[in-house]
Write a protein that binds this ligand. Sequence first.
Ligand SMILES: *[C@@H]1O[C@H](CO)[C@@H](O)[C@H](O)[C@H]1NC(C)=O
Length: 326
Amino acid sequence: MAGEKLGVKNSSSIVPCFLFVELVIMAGTVLLAYYFEYTDTFPVHVQGFFCYDRTFSKPYPGPEHHSMVPPMLVYSLITAIPTLTILIGELMAFFMKAEGTQEKTIVAADCCFFNPLLRRIVRFLGVYSFGIFTTTIFANAGQVVTGNQTPHFLSTCRPNYTALGCQSAMHYITERRACTGNPLLVVSARKSFPSKDAALSVYSAVYTVMYVTLVFRTKGTRLAKPTLCLALLSLAVLVGVVRVAEYRNHWADVLAGYFTGAATAVFLVTCVVNNFQWAQPAPVPVRAQRPDSVLGMPMTALPCVESPLEKLSGPQTPGSPFTEIT
Ligand SMILES: *[C@@H]1O[C@H](CO)[C@@H](O)[C@H](O)[C@H]1NC(C)=O
């Protein structure tokens, strides 16, 4: 009994600590993504180029928002689709799982924050948005560090070949002030590897696909889930294809973006949210189940006991159904 009390005491001090640490990490990630994205805190590496280099001589395709897949569309889709999917999936899973068990009474007795449904939604969406910012940081960091040029680089750079002495195509230009074009366009034409749009869309698609595959239960139809998953994945792949087709990125950039996004999603799903499973904590159910087995009420699935958060209400959990039922 003394050990139990000690555990409760510890967890009550751990919970605010966890929340605080997670908020700090999240805020730091968002800030870093912001600095990469909207400021020039991290200047892009200035890479040289060969005169008349054909790989960088494609025509300028216009600003990003004139693309067939403008950034705004990508950002809204990668926000809306996973959010909706997770909301629908959690509601369905919760109400199917809750049927025939006594979970609801326990959940209702707890504070709303400890509601397992809400906690799962917050956790999955929180980890998802964390991954969005991490992927953005990875892509931006790669672009800034490598400074690889886009296929339309020379069209925006517009180097004065006579002034630079470009008699042969083998002449390599390292001069920083070689470009005469719009400086903003030149800077963005130096950010190509890896493709951020490809990384974000594949990250979003893989996270959603893994969620759908691992959580959704579609009894009776075998092809519904794969169809949805393949549709999402091909949409994400299409974003990269359009980037290449519009001369905004090379294939290597897009493939590296795919890899970055997919790796981030797989890591977060397998290692951080444990494949979206309902966690089964070792010590708590023993305590929580005893009064139920005494009453002959099977209460094997207890989604509300799965983290240090739950130990707060641990001692009351066996008591409250007991009093309610008798
Ligand atoms: C390119 O440089 C040469 C020599 O410096 C100069 O005469 C010419 O006007 C420049 N051309 C442009 C388009 O700036």
